[in-house]
Design a protein around this ligand. Structure first.
Ligand code: NDP
Ligand SMILES: O=C(O)C1=N[C@H](C(=O)O)C[C@H](O)C1
Length: 261
């Protein structure tokens, strides 16, 4: 492919677990061109032949960038997304921690500019399918608990995936406070976090990457949906697809499930 036809990409968070995997993916994708990385301090990265900026304004005003991919942290991700909108750069955001209200606000700004972009709590196709299947199952099984399991360096709990799963389930699940009406925790937190009457439990252990189980209970039956990301490569097909799709959108999409065929 001619280099002028390639999608020009900048990656924020290049030293991180996801950022470094993304740099690898972008560098190896024939239709993408890695033009810059955005970090918050000067450190060596695996591909030193691209400019690394610590000032995002300097990056966006110097480089020709079509898409910003962000894998940082909630605070930096929100700032970077806002900067991308200001500069007319299409954001593809994997960073977790965006609320529905924030998504609505960013979407409004982007639609005014006819700017496409995607925020996806999880880019792994299997995880997205578990979310969809959970949404289907919640209609018939209102008694449900989510267990998300991640590596012990993860900073946020519950995971963005668990929150998005619960949001989708809440659309089909009737109102219900799950568990015994008079249940009491003898140790605080034993029943996990409450989302709309559903419980979310977060496990953090070395050896894990990213995993989620959604358990549905009915009279005499149990349905378990589970997804395991054993390697961060599992997210990269979704990131690549989101970058290509963002080029043809004029709005901000929240969730990879909304752009899958
Ligand atoms: N949507 C999806 O499919 C997935 C989403 N995620 C999410 O992606 C995010 C990152 O995860 P992960 O890679 O494991 O985290 P890491 O902590 O490994 O990586 C984050 C990187 O961002 C850097 N950073 C912090 N602030 C800035 C900034 N202002 N500008 C640029 N870089 C910055 C950090 O630097 P330093 O260490 O020096 O602070 C670090 O190198 C999390 O929110 C996680 O939940 C993760 C996996 C999949
Ligand atoms: O931090 C991670 O690792 C992951 N974060 C995302 C989340 O919060 O859901 C996606 C995936 O679960 C991995």
């Amino acid at each position: 492919m001619n280099s002028k036809d390639k999608i020009r990409v900048a990656v924020a968070g290049p030293r991180g677990r996801m950022g470094s995997e993304t740099i690898h993916m972008v560098t190896n994708a024939p239709d993408l061109q890695l033009v810059a990385a955005i970090d918050h301090k000067h450190e060596e990265i695996a591909f030193p032949d691209i400019p690394v900026y610590t000032d995002i304004d300097a990056c966006f005003s110097t480089e020709q960038i079509d898409v910003l991919i962000d894998f940082t942290n909630p605070q930096a991700g929100k700032m970077n997304l806002q900067k991308a909108i200001n500069y007319g750069i299409r954001p593809v955001i994997g960073t977790s921690g965006f609320s529905n209200d924030e998504v609505i606000d960013y979407r409004k700004q982007m639609e005014q500019k006819k700017l496409g972009g995607i925020i996806a709590p999880n880019f792994a196709i299997g995880a997205v399918l578990v979310m969809k299947f959970s949404q289907m199952a919640a209609k018939y099984f209102p008694d449900a608990e989510i267990i998300e399991l991640h590596h012990d360096q993860k900073k946020d709990a519950p995971s963005g995936t668990a929150i998005k799963t619960a949001e989708l389930m809440a659309k089909t699940r009737g109102a219900k406070k799950q568990g015994a009406p008079d249940e009491k925790e003898t140790i605080q937190g034993a029943r996990g976090a409450d989302f709309d009457g559903m419980r979310i439990h977060s496990v953090r252990l070395p050896g894990l990457i990213a995993h989620q189980e959604v358990l549905f209970g009915g009279k005499g039956e149990l349905l378990t949906l589970r997804h395991d990301s054993m390697d961060r490569a599992s997210f990269m097909h979704g990131v690549h697809y989101a970058v290509k799709t963002a080029m043809n959108l004029e709005t901000l999409v929240y969730g990879l499930e909304n752009i899958l065929d």
